[in-house]
Design a binder for this molecule. Structure first.
Ligand SMILES: Cc1cc2nc3c(=O)[nH]c(=O)nc-3n(C[C@H](O)[C@H](O)[C@H](O)COP(=O)(O)OP(=O)(O)OC[C@H]3O[C@@H](n4cnc5c(N)ncnc54)[C@H](O)[C@@H]3O)c2cc1C
Length: 311
């Protein structure tokens, strides 16, 4: 199959690129290494998004569902669980290589966000053994939280926002290793006015239990605390891996992100980029930024492929 554009990554940037490409009558394929939705479905599906225009608030997984449905309904070809490993030059085309297939395309949009990502671990006794038996890195759906004693670990916006969600249905405590949160004032304020208990300046010593999590031992300035808990949600950041990018012959910044010009063009002809994987002075990594850049990347790809008289 030959495409006008192959989009790598199905986060908000990649899905928006698909929507714009189809609206320009381009034959488009989106290839996604994991599940559609990017960070929205993999890292914070339950979190409310309050800053995406058109929705006062929308759950991350619902926004992803809508973008997915829109791209699909417009006829975008979407392949999940297929990681792109190579982008090779063909005869007046580009060859996109995955373990399953080689795709032929006239242009490419790289929208791989932070690459493959994994939540950071606490690296303490009991964590590995009790993962998915009470220790988790993603907040489960609200219905599963009812009646559970939840302890959230972390001090950033994400940890506080997820604790606020859990608090609407269950007994919730947030534990942070510093004396103060590093989150937006509005979130810290909402926390203060909620029923969430806080334990500050405390480090985890161990997660305890045999077949399931029973308690967490904390160290607060040398004082040991044993906190009974059913569910420990760890939200202390993300490790990302952009190794694939290094093999694609794309010029990168010192931080290993893609350099683009104002048209979202990379140094390789016919290859464009958008979203979190792109960096430039003043870049603000947000959903709306990824979507805006996707629109620009598609127009550039359209001009490259169709060569309209007005371009
Ligand atoms: C906890 C948290 C909360 C956030 N809250 C908000 C918020 O409230 N509002 C907001 O606007 N932004 C928020 N953000 C930021 C927002 O999620 C990102 O800016 C946005 O997801 C970027 O979209 P993207 O499409 O560029 O990348 P991503 O969402 O990272 O998607 C990239 C996709 O590419 C795939 N991929 C990677 N490598 C390959 C490969 N080699 N082949 C094929 N596919 C590949 C990945 O699997 C992934 O699905 C938040 C981020 C985090 C971590």
């Amino acid at each position: 199959m030959h495409y006008d554009v192959v989009i790598i990554g199905a986060g908000p940037g990649g899905l928006t690129a698909g929507i714009y490409a189809k609206s320009k009558m381009m034959n488009a394929l989106i290839i996604e290494a994991g599940r559609v939705g990017g960070q929205l479905t993999s890292l914070y599906p339950e979190k409310g998004i309050h800053n995406y225009p058109g929705f006062e608030t929308i759950q991350a997984r619902k926004l992803s569902d809508r973008l997915y449905a829109q791209a699909e309904s417009m006829g975008c070809d979407i392949r999940e669980n297929e990681r792109v490993t190579e982008i090779n030059d063909g005869k007046e085309e580009l060859l996109i290589v995955t373990k399953k297939e080689t795709y032929h395309t006239k242009s490419v949009i790289i929208a791989i966000g932070m690459g493959s990502f994994h939540p950071k671990k606490m690296e303490c006794p009991g964590e590995e053994k009790l993962t998915d038996k009470g220790v988790t890195y993603i907040l489960p759906v609200k219905e599963e939280l009812v009646g559970q004693k939840v302890v959230m670990f972390g001090g950033g916006n994400s940890a506080i926002e997820m604790a606020l969600i859990a608090d609407t249905v269950t007994d919730t405590t947030i534990v942070h290793r510093k004396p103060e949160f590093r989150a937006d004032e509005a979130n810290v304020d909402s926390l203060k006015h909620s029923n969430i208990k806080t334990i500050m300046s405390a480090n985890v010593v161990s997660f305890n239990g045999e077949d399931s999590l029973k308690s967490v031992t904390l160290d607060q300035g040398g004082r040991k605390l044993d906190v009974p808990v059913d569910l420990a949600v760890i939200n202390i950041g993300i490790n990302s891996d952009l190794t694939d990018l290094k093999n694609w012959g794309i010029d990168l910044t010192a931080e290993g992100l893609v350099k683009v010009d104002f048209d979202m063009r990379t140094n390789r002809g016919g290859i464009f980029a958008c979203g979190d994987v792109v960096d430039y002075p003043g870049k603000y990594k947000q959903i709306i930024t990824a979507c805006g850049e996707a629109a620009t990347a598609v127009v550039s790809s359209y001009k490259f492929v169709k060569k309209p008289y007005w371009a």
